[in-house]
Design a protein around this ligand. Structure first.
Ligand code: SF4
Ligand code: SF4
Length: 356
């Protein structure tokens, strides 16, 4: 059965305020008010920005959704989890300060911020799921205690999964620290000694103290948790990473954590993908990256698999090629979508409804 996916087309590089003015029509067309009941505590999941990356969704865009929820009588809160790596979001205090610096105040963004997995990423509930890798996954407590969820995703490429969209935003982004470790456990990098300049940046960011710098950087595979940060921060392309089988495992495990988030209440979640400002890497990367294709639009629906499939199709059409296959040729980035469909999380068939 084809699931409806609502799409609001946008002009290239549209300013956030102009885009915000058009979003209420999308909320209405997609029937978001039918998902959330009066009194519901609604987890609005988004990435609140890693410095100095500027790809995150801006507060005026988020406020449109928060206001729509409040007008319907529900109680939204903006939420994300602590990161594994040593950035500005590794614990709730640093993250809340970063969010405020990015303008995510209740006045500007329409709702308060609650870090979903507590002070240092350990506040979780174990959720039983019928997965192939896991029968139970650890999910950030606020994501499960909320009555409902609205997922706002800025879609980008991603080093590990090729594409980082709604599935990654939920599966990685609402897993507790333990859940993130489970998803990353299969990947291990190594150092190209010819290219390493011993600048030491990778060792500074490594959350597992797995990198020693002597005459070159050296990675201890015993300590490494496979988070990928060293690869992201190295400016000299000196960290080698062979994805392939490990990307498949990462994507499948990510999908199983999505199951953990929505299990037992799928009808209470809705998904909005912003296919704009599409970069090679995700917004966790600590630098600003160029656009890889013209902006597409904003897609919304209640079926995550359908929203993700439509997003990828429209991005490929705008790019004139299979964009994420070109950016990450070793990775089969649509595997996550197929696996989610296989596990019954939604349908890859969709009917596109244009929103004026
Ligand atoms: S960041 Fe790159 S160049 Fe710098 S020490 Fe690490 S591997 Fe070497
Ligand atoms: S060495 Fe391992 S744990 Fe450290 S940053 Fe790289 S991938 Fe992450």
């Amino acid at each position: 059965v084809a699931s409806p996916v609502y799409v609001l087309r946008v002009e290239n590089e549209m300013p956030p305020e102009r885009l915000a003015a058009r979003l209420p029509a999308l909320c209405e067309a997609a029937g978001l008010d039918g998902v959330f009941q009066s009194g519901d505590l609604v987890a609005v999941k988004l990435h609140l920005g890693e410095k100095p990356n500027t790809g995150y969704l801006r507060p005026p865009l988020v406020k449109v959704f928060a206001d729509a929820l409040k007008n319907g009588g529900s109680r939204p809160f903006l939420t994300d989890t602590c990161t594994l790596y040593n950035g500005r979001r590794q614990n709730a205090v640093d993250y809340l300060n970063t969010a405020r610096e990015h303008g995510f105040t209740p006045e500007a963004a329409g709702a308060p911020v609650v870090i979903a997995d507590g002070l240092v990423g350990g506040d979780q509930v174990m959720v039983d799921i019928p997965g192939r890798h896991y029968g139970q996954v650890p999910i950030a407590i606020a994501a499960r205690r909320a009555h409902a969820g609205l997922v706002l995703t800025h879609c980008t490429g991603h080093m590990g999964s090729g594409y980082g969209g709604g599935i990654k935003n939920v599966g990685m982004g609402l897993a507790s620290r333990a859940g993130k470790l489970m998803q990353h456990s299969d990947a291990k990098p190594s150092v190209n000694r010819e290219k390493c300049t011993t600048c030491g940046l990778c060792a500074t960011w490594c959350p597992a103290a797995a990198i020693a710098i002597d005459n070159k950087a050296h990675i201890s595979h015993e300590k490494c948790i496979g988070c990928g940060e060293c690869h992201s921060v190295c400016r000299y392309n000196a960290i080698k990473w062979t994805w392939g089988a490990t990307s498949q495992l990462l994507q499948e495990k990510m999908v199983e954590h999505v199951m953990g988030v929505v299990e037992g209440r799928r009808e209470k979640w809705a998904f909005v993908n912003f296919a704009v400002n599409i970069t090679k890497n995700c917004d966790c990367l600590g630098k600003v990256e160029p656009r890889e294709c013209p902006d597409v639009g904003v897609l919304a629906g209640r079926d995550l698999v359908a929203v993700e499939t439509a997003t990828l199709d429209l991005i490929d059409r705008a790019a004139g090629n299979r964009l994420f296959s070109r950016l990450w040729p070793q990775t089969d980035h649509r595997l996550q979508v197929r696996y989610a469909a296989d596990l019954g999380l939604g349908s890859m068939e969709y009917e596109l409804v244009e929103v004026k």
